[in-house]
Write a new protein. Structure first.
Length: 320
């Protein structure tokens, strides 16, 4: 494998694949990239503190297109991605996860499209979901149904419909719009920012990646911590807080639709309203903070039963 400073030719694509304790599936991921029909790429594998057999698995590959980067401390996914982008030489950045499988013609299809559609900034593709044994588990409905750029633009303020490890993005865009550190949803927040900046997102109508869904995947771990509703609402909250005040929303279709989604969700899921609104200071719950900070923080961030349990215990403690 090459060191970073030994890159000689100018690749068209930089593939960025962060890894963390990925030994079980990393062979599938690496080989799916090395076996692409399009070969003009560099492949950054960024390790974020693996303690299993991931490093030895990577060392088995001697392909000169691979550049191995080991973080000096735990960066997390967003910071690892931003590091790879800062070192990239390619015109395009291709995302890859260490447990997924890219289909052999993925890069060829995406390069052909982006080279002939210069106004498209981000190009995704469809996925097929697989399990830990590579068996098909079906499809993601939002991914299948939302395909055209117009559909994506209308749907994204309501829900994510782009599979992160399928995307190929122009490098200059990611240099201008780096990933934010939002666990499990850094991609969704980025899509909202890009749409808000009039950067077009498109999707190939073809399946380009087998997306692995298993107990250790980022998606599964994120869903264990909070529901999709709470996660997506928190992302929209972050996006709206960063992108302007309410009075500006009607001047900006993406921000306005994102806020409209909030209003509808608040009515339907009223019990969550105090937890996900971007402007709530959680003043009603401040008295519980001293009683049990961890339960207070959990309630503030995720809502629902966590708050109720902490609340009930607090009231019981006052009676004793």
């Amino acid at each position: 494998m090459k060191e970073i400073n030994q890159i000689e030719n100018q690749p068209l694509i930089t593939v960025i694949m962060p890894v963390y304790n990925s030994y079980k599936y990393i062979h599938y991921a690496v080989e799916s990239i090395l076996n692409q029909t399009y070969i003009n790429f560099e492949f950054f594998i960024i390790d974020d503190g693996s303690v299993d057999g991931t490093l030895s698995a990577i060392d088995e590959y001697q392909d000169p297109r691979i550049t191995f980067i080991k973080n000096p401390y735990l960066f997390g996914l967003s910071q690892s991605l931003n590091l790879g982008i800062s070192l990239a030489n390619g015109k395009y950045i291709a995302r890859m996860d260490a447990d997924d499988i890219s289909l052999r013609d993925r890069f060829q299809k995406q390069v052909n499209y982006l080279e002939t559609h210069p106004k498209i900034g981000v190009l995704a593709g469809k996925i097929e979901i697989i399990d830990q044994n590579n068996n098909s588990c079906g499809f993601w409905s939002a991914d299948q149904l939302i395909v055209t750029a117009k559909q994506i633009h209308q749907r994204l303020p309501r829900e994510n419909c782009i599979a992160h490890p399928t995307v190929m993005i122009r490098r200059e865009i990611l240099l201008q719009y780096p990933y934010e550190n939002i666990e499990g949803a850094e991609d969704y927040e980025l899509w909202l920012r890009l749409l808000n900046s009039n950067i077009k997102i498109a999707k190939l109508p073809d399946i380009v990646l087998n997306y692995r869904y298993h107990s250790d995947s980022v998606t599964m771990q994120s869903e264990k911590k909070k529901s999709n509703f709470i996660k997506d609402s928190n992302v929209r909250s972050f996006f709206i807080e960063k992108s302007g005040k309410y009075k500006l929303y009607k001047k900006d279709p993406v921000k306005y639709r994102a806020y409209a989604v909030y209003e509808k969700e608040y009515k339907k899921y009223n019990k969550y309203k105090k937890y996900v609104t971007p402007y709530s200071k959680y003043s009603r719950y401040s008295k519980y903070k001293k009683y049990d900070k961890s339960e207070y923080d959990s309630a503030k961030n995720y809502g629902g039963s966590e708050y109720k349990e902490g609340h009930d215990r607090y009231l019981a403690s006052q009676e004793n």
